[in-house]
Write a protein that binds this ligand. Structure first.
Ligand SMILES: Cc1cc2nc3c(=O)[nH]c(=O)nc-3n(C[C@H](O)[C@H](O)[C@H](O)COP(=O)(O)OP(=O)(O)OC[C@H]3O[C@@H](n4cnc5c(N)ncnc54)[C@H](O)[C@@H]3O)c2cc1C
Length: 414
């Protein structure tokens, strides 16, 4: 792989950028692989990356029905944080956040990780109590967060209105090392690193069936033919229910649309991420100057990748009352993704009833932040049959009642 560096940019500038190689290969699918991962989103690609990097498993195909990163990975609002309440969640999200810190160096691809800090506003007494509790839990888990006063909130984000027409800002849960990263770059960087390890990333290839014999997975049927494998990872977010159906089991999961929008670019106005969960909206400013805005998920199941109009109105109303100065901004684009929601708002990283078939899903509205850690755990599970980071997130927990309730940390918040 050609290394990216300041020197490489200077060299290419001198020869009119004629020497850049393609970032990843576009191979024809082989008839057989040791391992197939379905879904070239962040989680699928990170799984393949760690399989190769940590366990030397490189006879891998990542199969994608569209283009890589074209699912939720390229549609999210890029917030990265690890201030969850329950211990298993804090462990995997903090592992992930710490992997983001060095990701650009690890994969030699600038993912523009920006640990600018995330504020989660407390706008009712109950919310303030809840966030104080989370700050205490995070202290025990080794995750650096603090409950800060409204005065400090104003200092960190001067454009905020503390009084609000309905809910005053009483304080906030502040995670200084949380932030954002460039979502496409995460997918592209992992794809490049996987391709460099000899893995095949096969785009425009939809999996239409999962084949098995004697209770063990044997391969997949795709729009580009049959492909055999010894091990299969299903990592398809909002389409998990459909793929599980092909493999012969059911998932406790619902697929709903979640949407986001960006404004016209403006001069730098805020250098932190702010989430206002009581009024249902959150905002950050991209490097280009656009205000990146998100809100709640649609209240009904669907696969439209669009989102409903009334949610845009709700989200904009929430943010105008939190940041009155944005009321005259023009909105440039709106889009939606299909997120996979479990009842306890925690993910599933698990073996399945089909032998050698594994699933990673249920990240719902907040899985971008988990990409490197989730891939790490899924790769360990697929390579060794167990993973300490993943062991609380098995499918069995729904049958056994071992829920990991993150509805407060993940209900709106991304
Ligand atoms: C609007 C929005 C805002 C969000 N904001 C945040 C945020 O700020 N922070 C955060 O942490 N998370 C956020 N999320 C959630 C986050 O984007 C997801 O949890 C995460 O990207 C899921 O990644 P993934 O790799 O599992 O799924 P995806 O990126 O969706 O990848 C799954 C891939 O599987 C492919 N696929 C599906 N079916 C098949 C098939 N049959 N054959 C082959 N391929 C198939 C799809 O085409 C897709 O590319 C947001 C999501 C949305 C929609």
């Amino acid at each position: 792989m050609q290394r990216y560096s300041a020197f490489a940019i200077a060299r290419e500038a001198l020869r009119h950028h004629t020497g850049w190689q393609r970032a990843w290969r576009s191979p024809e699918p082989k008839r057989r692989y040791d391992t197939i991962i379905i879904g070239a989103g962040g989680h699928g690609l990170a799984t393949a990356y760690w399989l190769g990097k940590l366990y030397g498993i490189r006879d891998v195909a990542v199969i994608e029905k569209g283009w890589l990163g074209g699912g939720n990975t390229g549609r999210n609002t890029t917030i990265i944080r690890s201030n969850y309440l329950q211990d298993p969640s804090a462990a995997i999200y903090e592992k992930s956040r710490s992997l983001y810190e060095t990701m650009s160096q690890d994969i030699n691809y600038n993912v523009m990780f920006s640990p600018r800090g995330v504020l989660m506003l407390a706008q009712t007494e109950a919310e303030a109590r809840g966030y104080r509790r989370t700050a205490h839990a995070n202290a025990l888990q080794g995750v650096e967060t603090q409950f800060v006063s409204s005065w400090r909130v104003k200092q960190l984000c001067p454009i905020i209105s503390l009084e609000g027409p309905r809910y005053p800002v009483l304080g906030a849960l502040w995670q200084p090392r949380a932030g954002t990263a460039r979502h496409d770059a995460v997918a592209w960087g992992y794809a490049r690193a996987c391709s460099d390890m000899g893995m095949d990333i096969i785009q425009k290839c939809e999996v239409t069936g999962i084949r098995s014999e004697g209770g063990q997975v044997t391969g997949v049927s795709t729009t580009r033919g049959e492909i055999e494998c010894d091990r299969l990872g299903i990592v398809v977010a909002g389409h998990s229910g459909a793929l599980a159906d092909m493999a012969g089991f059911r998932l406790p999961i619902e697929s709903v649309a979640l949407q986001a929008l960006v404004s016209e670019p403006i001069k730098p106005a805020m250098d932190v991420v702010v989430m206002a969960n009581t009024v249902h909206g959150y905002m950050s400013q991209s490097d280009k100057g656009e205000m990146v805005i998100g809100g709640g998920a649609d209240g009904y199941n669907n696969y439209t990748q669009r989102g409903s109009f009334h949610h845009i109105e709700e989200t904009v109303r929430a943010l105008v009352e939190t940041f009155p100065m944005i009321s005259r901004l023009k909105m440039l684009r709106q889009w939606g993704g299909i997120v996979d929601m479990t009842g306890d708002r925690s993910p599933i990283i698990s073996k399945t009833p089909l032998g050698n078939c594994f699933i990673n899903c249920g990240w719902g509205t907040g899985g971008f932040k988990a990409v490197p850690g989730s891939g790490w755990a899924m790769a360990e599970l697929m390579a060794k049959g167990q993973s300490p980071l993943a062991e609380a997130f098995t499918l069995d927990r729904f049958r056994e009642g071992r829920f990991i309730d993150e509805s407060v940390a993940a209900g709106v918040a991304h």
